[in-house]
Ligand binder design. Structure first.
Ligand SMILES: CCCCCCCCCCCCCCCCCCCCC/C=C/C(=O)SCCNC(=O)CCNC(=O)[C@H](O)C(C)(C)COP(=O)(O)OP(=O)(O)OC[C@H]1O[C@@H](n2cnc3c(N)ncnc32)[C@H](O)[C@@H]1OP(=O)(O)O
Ligand SMILES: Cc1cc2nc3c(=O)[nH]c(=O)nc-3n(C[C@H](O)[C@H](O)[C@H](O)COP(=O)(O)OP(=O)(O)OC[C@H]3O[C@@H](n4cnc5c(N)ncnc54)[C@H](O)[C@@H]3O)c2cc1C
Length: 664
């Protein structure tokens, strides 16, 4: 099929070469080649390819998802993939791999929470798929408030075993992925009791199913929790344990230990047992970038080939991408995807470095990385889901089809604001950190890390520093506005908290009565962090780009900053970080920048270099022949393989012949 001329012209008139930006996103031309080889291995594989999933039943999809997980393992062995190759493969299909929790949570939990002997025993079994596991933490009654977990593990000194039980409905495990039908084992988080003394939430390895028959073991009641919005193949489950006994060495004992005679000891940081969640929060930030890159690619290409209506009366119908309002739906998502790219790259290295320190029992970096990973997980998933919905609607009626590729991406991404810590709760963790840093700054001590900008006192009366027109595209000046806005919102929340406390409210009550302001400040911190990483990326990752490409990536960053101000203008105005005249100029600059970026929109999404067999979209194929692909997809629907369906003889015909009664 030849390329649609409407999309070809976009590529021909772009001011830079997409491939240069692709190399930047991958890190180097060699890395691009390597990624392409890997993507071809997964995209071309008939067992991994997900072209037909939209027509499958739940059970067919589940089976295909198991086969897909297995196939990824085979490809990994055949082609000697490293951990990031494997992560990327999982990322591409995570909504359709039944056992991905085994990979992204069960194994990491054993690695992080187990001691040397436990690693030696369990990791080979898990890595070789001799056992399949889930991460069972959430209960029917508690998901967020982990100190409230009610499943009990009581130590029995006489037999050196833990006895695990579910005392009431609210204490059953509820939600763990792959628990329903696909796990033989679980890393199970339960409250440990020794001689009736509560020793807090601890991790245990519990076998749930017989490895030969796959039947639940005695005392284990397990099953699926029912159909969900998406992620149909991650069979989330429930689990009731009736006095199930496990040996003492099946408590994962890296950070807390129980001796044979029932002595409880702790080592490491208080929240060290929460470290698996931190890794997955980093994974979620990566996933938000991927989802947005997919969405932006599909909708930008579709908007460049769909013509409808006219701008100039009587002139030929225009591409919908030429409507300014359509640009406002599409261009922010391109700019955000690039900002998220820089941010997730930074986060990956930051996490790896801090994790190495933690492995060496240096926990000093934990509070800051907990704040950053919690905040970015929340912020990036909030923004990604909001923008994906805007993008989906930007496809008009075809945005409601499953074959468009964006709907599936959107509904699977919708899980991310909830999993691994509900977003509001995570913003409140960020706010805790903000309040601590505010206290440090108030004492005159230097705040370190991502909030070091708090050290600079904001002068009153304050000027924004935006003097010349050039200042409005100076990303460092724009970043300063964001930082000041964050500090002021933090101060405001802090003042409110103090005021309530001084007026007699206990601290916990004052906290709850300030939580709206606190979340607002936390979001501002996250937005500022993402912009900061985008700007850092310009001078690190983008610096070697040819001038024309660098200019476009710079424009995107400027637009990201300006557009962010227009979206949050209330916060900027209220804190006095800009005035109304400056806001008007910012709005105008943002619109002008958007028009410049429009020229390169298709080339910018091409640079994400997502092959058609992973994009899985009728609307967003590289060749731009959306209508042909829509038609082909409709024709391949199994319902269309018969001209007359059985329902005709059964119901429609009797009805047409007046033979129907109230009892069909
Ligand atoms: C090689 C590696 C490189 C990495 C690259 C990654 C590449 C990516 C590849 C990944 C592949 C694909 C990924 C696809 C992504 C899709 C993922 C989909 C996943 C679906 C599966 C979902 C699983 C789950 O949902 S599991 C269950 C998760 N549950 C939660 O998250 C519970 C939420 N609750 C909490 O976290 C806590 O309880 C919280 C935060 C509410 C607080 O708890 P608390 O006990 O009440 O504590 P509190 O009193 O508030 O605070 C005390 C103190 O402790 C600090 N704290 C809290 N949490 C932590 C932490 N995690 N770490 C450190 N410190 C913590 C808190 O701040 C307080 O401190 P102080 O203020 O100093 O007292
Ligand atoms: C698709 C999916 C997959 C999952 N996979 C797993 C898994 O593999 N393993 C696992 O263990 N769990 C899993 N979960 C569970 C998930 O981690 C929890 O649902 C999540 O942590 C939220 O907890 P909750 O359901 O208790 O929400 P709740 O805490 O009940 O949240 C409900 C509302 O209460 C608010 N709220 C709660 N506490 C506070 C507070 N302190 N301050 C202010 N507001 C508050 C929240 O903001 C939210 O608006 C999964 C969930 C989903 C949807």
């Amino acid at each position: 099929m030849s390329v649609n001329p409407d999309i070809q012209v976009e590529r021909d008139t772009a001011t830079f070469r997409s491939i240069d930006v692709t190399h930047m996103l991958d890190g180097s031309p060699e890395a691009t080649n390597q990624r392409r080889i890997r993507q071809k291995q997964i995209g071309d594989d008939p067992q991994i390819n997900r072209r037909n999933i939209i027509f499958m039943s739940h059970e067919e999809r589940y089976e295909a998802a198991i086969a897909r997980g297995l196939r990824i393992e085979q490809l990994k062995a055949e082609h000697d993939w490293d951990i990031m190759d494997e992560n990327n493969a999982i990322m591409w299909c995570f909504s359709d791999i039944a056992m991905f929790v085994h990979k992204v949570m069960f194994i990491p939990a054993i690695e992080r929470l187990g001691n040397k002997e436990q690693h030696d025993k369990w990791l080979p079994l898990a890595i070789d798929h001799k056992i399949l596991g889930t991460y069972a933490q959430t209960e029917l009654g508690h998901g967020t408030f982990l100190r409230g977990l009610e499943m009990e593990a009581r130590y029995d000194k006489s037999t050196e075993e833990f006895v695990i039980s579910t005392p009431k409905h609210s204490s059953m495990k509820w939600w763990p992925g792959s628990l329903g039908h696909s796990s033989s084992h679980a890393v199970l988080l339960a409250t440990l009791y020794i001689d009736d003394q509560n020793c807090g939430m601890q991790p245990f390895i519990v076998q749930l199913r017989d490895l030969n028959t796959w039947k639940p073991l005695p005392g284990v009641e397990v099953g699926g929790i029912g159909p969900k919005m998406a992620l149909a193949t991650t069979d989330n489950g429930f689990l009731v344990l009736n006095n199930v006994r496990i040996p003492r060495d099946q408590m994962l004992m890296k950070y807390a230990q129980v001796s044979k005679d029932g002595k409880f000891t702790k080592s490491g940081a208080a929240k060290a047992n929460y470290s698996t969640m931190m890794l997955v929060r980093v994974g979620i930030a990566h996933s938000c970038y991927f989802s947005l890159a997919v969405g932006a690619t599909i909708v930008t290409r579709y908007s460049a080939v769909r013509r409808q209506g006219e701008i100039k009366p009587g002139a030929p119908e225009v591409k919908i991408l030429d409507y300014q309002t359509q640009q406002l739906k599409v261009i922010p998502s391109i700019a955000t995807a690039y900002a998220f790219h820089f941010c997730k790259e930074h986060l990956k290295w930051y996490y790896i470095e801090t994790f190495q320190q933690i492995q060496q029992n240096d926990f000093s970096g934990l509070p800051e990385i907990h704040c950053v990973t919690s905040g970015l997980k929340a912020y990036m998933s909030d923004i990604a889901t909001a923008q994906l919905e805007t993008l989906r609607r930007a496809c008009g009626g075809n945005g409601y089809l499953l074959s468009n590729g964006i709907t599936n991406t959107y509904i699977q991404t919708l899980a991310l604001p909830t999993v691994e810590g509900e977003n509001t709760v995570l913003y409140l963790q960020v706010a805790r950190y903000l309040m601590k840093c505010l206290k440090v700054a108030a004492t005159g001590e230097a705040v370190k890390g991502s909030l070091s900008y708090m050290n600079e006192k904001i002068k009153t009366p304050y000027t924004s520093g935006l003097v010349t027109r050039e200042d409005y595209s100076n990303v460092k000046k724009l970043l300063k506005l964001y930082q000041n806005m964050t500090v002021r919102l933090t101060q405001k929340a802090g003042d409110h908290l103090n005021k309530l406390h001084v007026s007699g409210q206990p601290k916990y009550e004052a906290w709850n009565n300030t939580s709206v302001q606190l979340v607002n400040a936390a979001k501002a911190y996250c937005q500022t962090y993402v912009l900061g990483m985008n700007i850092e990326g310009l001078s690190t990752q983008a610096v070697d780009l040819p001038g024309d490409a660098l200019e476009v990536i710079h424009q995107l960053c400027v637009f990201y900053a300006l557009h962010g101000i227009t979206e949050q203008s209330g916060n900027f105005l209220e804190t006095g970080c800009i005035n109304i005249t400056e806001l008007h100029i910012i709005q105008q600059e943002a619109q002008e920048m958007m028009a410049k970026i429009r020229k390169n929109a298709v080339a910018l999404v091409d640079a994400f270099d997502i092959p058609d067999n992973l994009l899985n979209s009728t609307l967003g194929c590289y060749d731009g022949n959306a209508y042909q692909h829509l038609y082909d997809s409709a024709k391949s629907d199994p319902m269309n393989q018969k001209q007359v369906l059985p329902a005709f003889e059964k119901y429609i015909k009797p009805m047409l012949q007046g033979k129907h009664t109230s009892k069909l």
